[in-house]
Design a protein around this ligand. Structure first.
Ligand SMILES: Nc1ncnc2c1ncn2[C@@H]1O[C@H](COP(=O)(O)OP(=O)(O)OP(=O)(O)O)[C@@H](O)[C@H]1O
Ligand SMILES: [Mg+2]
Length: 570
């Protein structure tokens, strides 16, 4: 590992990567939304007084049965909630965005950075100034009254004319669901548009019974047909322009890319979860661009939600995926979401097709497409920091690990909710409890976008937390030497560069929350940009192995462009 001076020895990186399509930065919400209450991220005086008083002993902080009361600003409104429900590619998001565009102020909350990016671009193009805000990005536009954000960044402290929560069925997700619940209960908008699968309707109705909101429905039908094919793909020579091959392991993605490119007819863009978001965006853009030679996409389910790509046919290379614990078959919603990327209305391909590489998988594909998604039973929930803080006042000896464990084991919930899976946070908590940090700092590190299954990423977090605890200031150069990044020469080196990108990304994330203690955001951002350009250069070089002279010429042209792009960062 050239550039990261992580103290402990990093063993070889044999971790099996799951590509579950979730954004790397999609850790739980940004505290500051709730935390405008006081200087130290909002542990307000009111709460301090309250938590010092004898009332704390009588109050059960693990009682999470009325989460709608956590958001007084939203509760002061009688929101008009419009449920846009229907299958993929039916215009749900399109119609909700039309309302957003025409409102004097608004916020779009999406599950993916790519979607937030697409929406901010669209609004700005329509002359509606719109900020883009994700965990690690703040692109502010002069005079903007609109924001496009990843759902974890949903703002529950401001007033909006209109809000959109896209892919609302994600509130049933074990790890990220609670951020959707928070946005659903907490956004103070006159109009709240919820887009998603009809499987979420009964649950949303139940949840909103206690908020006093007015609920309306708009049901949608697919705008263009999706045809499940009766035959599998067959040999790779049957691949054609506009195809997207879906697989769930990083290794398979690169193998497929190479196999297809070796055929000499196509170049492949790739999109998967652990690629830097900006690289994913550029790879998707390149595939979407008819004038680019990258006419085939090889992707994980990172493309599976809401995105509008020029895909004519989805080909499942497998119908099973490793979900972090075990290999399992794809669920009905997963199959529908992924298949729904083919033949988007208004794209180059008016009819979408879907098939598998393996004939044995066709029956599962067919049955999944024909079945309705199972109705959602409950939504994710997670205690606010204030509740944890008050609980900690009663149990001053408990570390954050014990506090989290206590909430997970003892939280009282109504039937509409389940407590979020916070195993990842608890892995971080175990490390942090060794350090002399306050509860809030620990909480902040716990919700940061670290990937604890990635050794480099988790050691980056440990070093940031240790240096922060020791000195109160963390200089990037203490663990990173700028100028040492290189184009990866092997898949292992590529993976390492992706991990380095994650550490730099973590630094940027922390710098937005602990500005004075993490002062090198500019340097971290520029090194991040170099990482993603080097990764892209590696991806393009894979393409050059292709024995097509005309493509070679084109690619070397784009390489010099890439080098120029890099020079501005170096
Ligand atoms: N009335 C319309 N006029 C023009 N284009 C439209 C219209 N409705 C939808 N579209 C286009 O059709 C495509 C699919 O629409 P949209 O993204 O809203 O579907 P969706 O139902 O949200 O799909 P998903 O469930 O996959 O998110 C988009 O490119 C959108 O711009
Ligand atoms: Mg949509």
């Amino acid at each position: 590992m050239a550039s990261l001076l992580i103290r402990r020895k990093v063993s070889s990186l044999g971790v099996f990567h799951t590509l579950n399509g979730l954004e790397g930065n999609m850790k739980p919400f940004d505290l500051r939304c709730e935390m405008k209450l006081g200087p130290l991220f909002g542990v307000s005086n009111k709460i301090r007084q309250y938590s010092n008083s004898s009332a704390t002993t009588k109050f059960d902080f693990t009682d999470l049965t009325s989460p709608h009361t956590w958001y007084p600003k939203a509760r002061r409104k009688r929101r008009k909630v419009i449920l846009h429900m229907g299958p993929t590619n039916s215009g749900k998001t399109y119609n909700a965005l039309k309302r957003l565009e025409s409102s004097p102020s608004g916020i779009y909350c999406g599950p993916l950075r790519l979607l937030a990016w697409e929406v901010s671009k669209r609004l700005n193009k329509a002359k509606v100034p719109c900020d883009l805000i994700t965990g690690q990005e703040r692109e502010e536009v002069d005079g903007a009254k609109h924001k496009s954000v990843t759902v974890e960044m949903a703002d529950v402290t401001s007033d909006y004319g209109c809000a959109v929560i896209d892919e609302i069925q994600m509130l049933g997700c074990k790890t990220r669901g609670f951020s959707f619940t928070r946005a659903l209960l907490g956004i103070a908008a006159d109009e709240l548009h919820l887009c998603g699968d009809a499987a979420a309707v009964p649950l949303i109705q139940e949840i909103l019974k206690v908020t006093g909101d007015h609920v309306e429905f708009q049901c949608y039908e697919r705008l263009s047909p999706l045809v499940p094919l009766k035959v599998p793909l067959g040999p790779f020579k049957n691949i054609r322009t506009g195809d997207c091959i879906v697989t769930f392991s990083r290794r398979e993605i690169y193998k497929l890319k190479r196999d297809i490119e070796n055929g000499g007819k196509h170049l492949c863009s790739v999109v998967y979860g652990s690629l830097p978001p900006e690289t994913r965006t550029r790879q998707a853009t390149m595939f979407n661009d008819a004038s680019s030679e990258f006419d085939v996409l090889v992707a994980s389910d990172a493309i599976g939600m809401g995105l509008n790509l020029n895909i004519s046919r989805i080909i499942f290379s497998t119908m099973t995926k490793f979900d972090g614990t075990e290999m399992r078959e794809l669920t009905i919603p997963e199959v529908k979401q992924i298949a729904g990327r083919a033949g988007r209305y208004g794209s180059k391909f008016p009819v979408g097709e879907v098939t598998c590489m393996d004939a044995e998988d066709l029956p599962l594909l067919q049955s999944s497409l024909n079945c309705p998604s199972p109705t959602l039973e409950s939504a994710g929930l997670f205690p606010t920091f204030d509740l944890m803080f008050m609980y900690s006042r009663l149990h001053p000896k408990s570390g954050i690990y014990q506090i989290l464990e206590h909430f997970v084991e003892n939280a009282k919930l109504s039937a509409n909710y389940f407590i979020a899976n916070c195993e990842e946070m608890m892995k971080v908590a175990a490390v942090l409890d060794e350090l002399p940090l306050g509860l809030h700092d620990k909480y902040l590190f716990c919700i940061s976008p670290v990937d604890m299954n990635d050794e480099i990423s988790s050691q980056g977090l440990t070093q940031f937390a240790e240096n922060y605890a020791r000195k109160g200031i963390v200089r990037l150069r203490e663990i990173f030497t700028p100028g040492t990044l290189k184009v990866p020469k092997s898949p292992a080196a590529l993976k390492e560069l992706e991990s380095i990108h994650k550490v730099l990304d973590l630094y940027v994330w922390l710098s937005f929350r602990l500005e004075e203690s993490f002062p090198d955001r500019k340097l971290a951002s520029s090194q991040k940009a170099i990482c993603s350009l080097l990764i892209e250069e590696f991806l393009e070089r894979l393409g050059w192995q292709n024995p097509r002279p005309n493509k070679l010429r084109l690619q070397s042209g784009s390489r010099s462009l890439l080098s120029q792009n890099m020079r501005q960062y170096l």
